[in-house]
Design a protein. Structure first.
Length: 94
């Protein structure tokens, strides 16, 4: 599989800021360094002292694709949306 150059550039940036960690720290991540990727970007953050996650930021291209503003939503809402979308697509195919 061949990836677009923009994806490869993004991966290089991500790997550089995360170092030896699985994910970069919040302090190391600056979305403004990724301005050209932001329309297709989603930032998911863990709620403090909890095991749940929320969508901190969703790019305009993703918003337009989904037709729903997920920014500020619990990540489970997004997952339920995707599950429902998959079910609808399966019904349409059958």
């Amino acid at each position: 599989m061949e990836f677009p150059v923009s994806f490869i550039e993004y991966c290089k940036y991500w790997n550089a800021i995360r170092g030896d960690s699985i994910l970069p720290s919040r302090e190391d991540f600056n979305p403004f360094e990724l301005v050209k990727y932001l329309p297709r970007f989603m930032v998911v953050e863990q709620k403090k002292e909890e095991t749940s996650f929320y969508i901190r930021l969703i790019g305009t291209e993703l918003f337009e694709r989904f037709g729903i503003e997920f920014t500020g939503s619990d990540f489970s809402v997004y997952l339920e949306y995707l599950r429902g979308k998959d079910r609808l697509e399966q019904i349409e195919i059958e």
